[in-house]
Unconditional design. Structure first.
Lengths: 207, 207, 207, 207
């Protein structure tokens, strides 16, 4: 006696889309929540400590929201993709690796934004986001253009809109990385602006 | 050859509800379990240490149950909501960010409840719960009132009951925060009372 | 435009069973994997260190398998239960809190089994397993006897078999706890025996 | 009033396949993401530190991709298996325990590859991968040969192809372990080669 597999498997021998979603949701949830481990106090009195460590709160919430926006975009893309193949899965693994990496440079940025190490911190942060946006584009355009993984009933206007909104990502993040070589604080403001743009765009887009 | 997406997608291009549930369950599970990392011993003999560190057990179990009750409430709300949009997803991200934050002030409360830092600890704890209850209300009333995301077959009595039970949340938690400015221990008792109320209410409610 | 909820909701306003499963799978996965953080080396040469820290390997694998067996039992019970209510959810939260606690005393046991602190470590371990087995029984018998949550097509022999195999759990673990007050190593052997029994029983049971 | 279980249960009393997938996806996600905790800086200036710690980046990304490939293979196998029994679940638990163990020796390898401890690090890494590949084979051949868990509509060519590609795994990893006893760096290159082979094979295989 044994348990029959519940879900229908149209194409046996391939990783189902729902497992890609499950792995991605796991990595997103861990990456978003992990920075709470860096929110710690080790001085006295507690009231002063709780004020002094505000950059760790900022890093936690900023990471949570950045990763949350990436999660919304990932959910949108996967909902439009009807099929996966192993190249698509590998591109997703690269994207998830960079998403899981985000907590590290965000923490650096929170600690060093206003000291002598600002440039190194902004560069570390920017390069991570640049790579993530590269793989976001790779996933999307591989799905749309190269392999015909896109669902047949996907709305053409929506697909075009996503293409238009994702394509400038690497360019925008890349420009901010180059600016960081000369003006770290201006670069940091550019990153905040780009993320804010995607946040507003993600919200307005659905109306 | 490739894998066809298993689940039907009525509205392609939007994050499916099941992914919101998956991300939320991941964050709830991590936030609830993470405090076990703070349960550590570093003295001798072990028997004395195991008694001495009882506040870390209390913090672990209290956090686990608080987050568990939030999880039950979140599950109830999402089960009544039939559609999501990106504003709804963003409100959920804010709620989850505060849920993931709960372990930090709970740990402070466990360590400092009876020393000179009690007030700062109670305030940190209370403000976190206050913000979480604010976003719980935002999610619920946005879903019910503003965007018509509520399922058509949702029971009107149930919806009204949830509205009545959620609305006082921010008021109750907010009052306890204000009391903490003058009487930290009374405020801590108020928080325990409010959580106990939601615990009992959640249990009795389903009969 | 928005996303319609994919899954049918027969009883809106209640936490779906699949979310209980998702939260449980998250807690089980985290609790099982977390002990890898305790597998660390901090001496030289590495080859000696890797031998010296064998108790941390033992703790990791023993915890992984113990929690895995609990996960198999939990999956079996939930697959037989057709409905949930909030008391059932709360009993599950208590069980999950003790499952998430298991890594802590297992680590103590691995480090102190053969030194002067053996008794305290065995007691911490045993009380945790005793409480977990109590809530396992509470979940099962609440589901079967008190609230009629059991599926109508659940096989009567299977239900009886599970009742017979779960009921002695608290008694067995409780006896081993009492033995630990006098003979810690005998008690440790009893715990190993009980877990081995459930491991073999879980495997043989399905044939 | 209560919530009816959403999913059909063809064989009540057994752990559903989707819960095995959920536990596995949780363990894979945690194991892949956990190494980000080891990416830390503790010196100045930051720019030098960020260059100096490159082995921790390498360990993170290499672990993420290795575990990701294991995840793709696991997803492929489970998609072909139609039924599970408890022996199958236990074999999966052993595999997941070794997957969750991978971050530890990978970290050792990243730190010690070019110092006097290279041999110990390569051996720790290799034995872990050898055990994981053993249990991968055990899962696959138990599913295919011993218990008839394989789906009836599984493509015979595909099944044969997987058998052919998995079988040499333990032999390849085992040979590299033996080589590590004499030539650690050659052994490390062999491990990299085997993983690269499975990476390319996984990608090409799906065309």
């Amino acid at each position: 006696m044994s348990q029959t597999n519940d879900a229908p498997h149209e194409h046996r021998g391939f990783v189902p889309t729902r497992r890609l979603e499950a792995l991605a949701d796991g990595v997103f949830a861990i990456a978003a929540t992990l920075l709470i481990l860096d929110v710690t106090v080790n001085g006295a009195p507690l009231s002063d400590e709780l004020v002094r460590i505000w950059p760790s709160y900022a890093a936690y919430f900023f990471t949570f929201l950045s990763i949350g926006i990436a999660w919304i975009n990932h959910g949108t893309v996967i909902s439009l993709v009807d099929r996966t193949d192993r190249t698509f899965l590998l591109l997703n693994l690269f994207l998830l690796a960079f998403v899981g990496f985000i907590p590290f440079p965000t923490r650096l940025l929170a600690v060093h934004l206003f000291d002598a190490d600002a440039q190194a911190a902004v560069l570390a942060y920017g390069i991570t986001l640049f790579c993530a946006s590269l793989f976001f584009n790779a996933i999307w355009f591989y799905g749309v253009l190269r392999r015909g993984l896109l669902a047949r009933d996907a709305d053409a206007h929506l697909v075009e809109g996503i293409s238009r909104s994702y394509m400038p990502g690497p360019l925008l993040f890349g420009s901010a990385v180059i600016v960081a070589l000369f003006l770290p604080l201006v670069s940091a403001a550019m990153f905040a602006g780009i993320i804010l743009f995607y946040l507003v765009e993600a919200t307005v887009f659905s109306r």
